[in-house]
Design a protein around this ligand. Structure first.
Ligand code: AMP
Length: 556
């Protein structure tokens, strides 16, 4: 199915969603559906099965969550769940549950997330009280099915989210066992970032005449002629605002357009940036024409350097002197990326396109690269040292300019009188310090931690890697660190428990985890060297199979 271009304004109301849901979406500041939502929601509302290719960041959660809520709103609720959403990790289970709560607030939906690592008692209680939607990792879903605390007889919708990740994590058998307990009348939805053969096989077996939706766009050859530098930074959500500040300091744009997904995000980022001394203005669909005009006048007049906007609000804007376009959030489709980036590099000018991506969103960057045929270089967030250097550069440039202006005679008397007491170098250093302080700049003391991102090529499964579940004689493979965990088979530990705990508690994805060996009393697992400390800390602070584990680097 073709994707709507950003110019074709499809609204959430056009998709057939109920007014309660529309109200909630508007309150959240969502201005229009993302392409995957525009394509998937009508299909799901009409009851079809769906095979969708979409990565994190495209808005796929709402694409399946809203139609589920629509079913619930029509009053189809009892004690047993109407919908089951299977996800690969605990982190995603929590995110998806939260999203359902958010979108379905006015409906009072009962959503229970079910994942390993949380005491089963609490989940039992919630399930017993009656539930509309269960969001589960496959392992824990199986546990509950075996205890008969999860019953799927009334299920109407089953969703597999990030299905390729679930297969990579070894959940294939668990998925089959879960499917076997669901009514064949169910609607089945499968979302996956990649569609390898194994996903196709699942779709053929369990989906009935599915509609296929692939959010992949045509290449845009006119982009190739533009002189735009594309770069990206991988950063945890909590560090995004600070990272943007650093990037702005180093890039020093003449004028930048910063895109956010929602009105709320626009307002809050504008406030944060202004609080840090940047001159930014917000622009979103909730503003009157008058307010918009004032904002644009401030930008054109140079009293603001940054415009923080949603896609809808920025439509049709033409800002001549724009040097930078920044995706504060990864765009929800390649077309959106191309459209946003079209604002710079006009008329043969140089331009810079910068994207901030969370570690889980790195696949979207790969897709954008693939479709636009443009290399997006992943850069390191400027460090405190980089910033200091940049600020000294600015001071040096300002002093140079001042020397060239030659109107310095009025200060000669100060230098001459000081030179009787100090040497010229000392006087110059003190003057530079004063100038440097006066030019100013944010004084961040702390470096922003680097977020780790998977380097495994798209579509590569962990099973395909050498070494899996086998310990190499020479110890861990290159670039990997081997960790020792004092829990093994006797504690009931399975590879997916370790992978689940790691992906749930750290920035790693299932693909980053290397070989796993589970012995009777202990386990060994390979993780990327750069992420070893993060994994050790995370595993020490969480319970695996209900127990605290000792975790350390294996020393050979
Ligand atoms: P997902 O790809 O489902 O993980 O969604 C990525 C992010 O986009 C989440 O933070 C959502 O809250 C947000 N989002 C989803 N749909 C929209 C929309 N139509 N407008 C603005 N933000 C959205």
């Amino acid at each position: 199915m073709a994707e709507p271009t950003p110019e074709q304004s499809i609204t959430f109301a056009d998709l057939g969603l109920r007014p309660e849901l529309l109200k909630e979406l508007s309150a959240l500041g969502y201005e229009e559906p993302t392409p995957i939502q525009a394509a998937a929601i009508p299909v799901l509302i009409s009851g079809h099965d769906l095979l969708g290719q979409a990565a994190t960041g495209t808005g796929k959660t709402a694409a399946f969550a809203l139609p589920i809520l629509q079913v619930l709103a029509s009053g189809d609720r009892g004690r047993e769940p109407v919908a089951l959403i299977l996800v690969p990790t605990r982190e995603l289970a929590m995110q998806v549950s939260e999203a359902l709560h958010r979108y379905g607030r006015s409906l009072g939906v009962r959503v229970v997330p079910v994942y390993g690592g949380q005491p089963i008692g609490r989940q039992l209680k919630s399930l017993e009280m009656g539930v509309d939607v269960v969001v589960a990792t496959p392992g824990r879903a199986i546990d509950h099915l075996q205890r008969r605390t999860l019953k799927l007889g009334s299920l109407k919708v089953m969703v597999l989210d990030e299905a390729d990740e679930m297969l990579d994590m070894g959940f294939a058998e668990d998925l089959e066992a879960i499917f076997a307990q669901t009514p064949t009348t169910r609607q089945t939805v499968l979302f996956s970032a990649t569609l390898p053969k194994r996903i196709d096989a699942i779709a053929r077996k369990h989906l009935t005449d599915p509609r296929r939706i692939q959010i992949v766009d045509e290449a845009h050859p006119d982009e190739a002629s533009k002189r735009v530098r594309h770069s990206a930074y991988i950063v945890q959500r909590s560090h995004k605002a600070a990272a943007l500040g650093r990037i702005l300091d180093v890039e020093a744009p003449t004028a930048a357009l910063v895109f956010c997904r929602t009105r709320e995000a626009v307002d809050s980022l504008t406030e944060t940036l202004n609080g840090r001394g940047y001159r930014s203005e917000a622009l979103h669909g909730g503003m009157s024409q008058d307010q918009r005009d004032r904002v644009m006048a401030r930008l054109r007049g140079g009293t603001a350097d940054l415009l923080i906007a949603t896609d809808v609000a920025a439509r049709g804007l033409d800002i001549d002197h724009l040097t930078h376009v920044i995706n504060y959030d990864v765009p929800s489709s390649v077309d959106t990326y191309v459209h946003r980036m079209g604002r710079v590099g006009r008329a043969g000018r140089d331009g810079v396109a910068i994207t901030l991506a969370e570690p889980r969103e790195h696949r979207m960057l790969k897709t954008i690269e693939h479709v636009t045929k443009k290399k997006i270089s992943v850069e390191k967030i400027p460090t405190v040292a980089d910033l200091k250097e940049r600020r000294l550069d600015l001071t040096r440039a300002a002093l140079r300019e001042s020397i060239l202006e030659e109107e310095l005679d009025g200060f000669r008397v100060v230098v001459e009188s000081l030179s009787e007491e100090f040497d010229l170098m000392e006087i110059a250093l003190a003057a530079v310090r004063l100038a440097h302080t006066a030019i100013g700049g944010p004084d961040d003391e702390e470096d922003i931690p680097e977020a780790f991102v998977s380097s495994a090529p798209k579509g590569q499964s962990r099973e395909a890697r050498p070494n899996r579940n086998k310990r190499a004689a020479s110890g861990s493979s290159a670039g990997m660190a081997r960790l020792f965990i004092n829990l093994g088979r006797e504690a009931g530990l399975r590879p997916q428990d370790l992978v689940g705990a790691i992906t749930g508690e750290t920035s790693l994805s299932g693909r980053d985890v290397g070989s796993i060996e589970i012995s009777g009393r202990f386990s060994l697992i390979d993780v990327p060297d750069g992420a070893a400390e993060e994994v050790i800390n995370a595993l020490r602070n969480t319970k695996i199979r209900g127990r605290r584990a000792t975790v350390r680097r294996e020393r050979f």
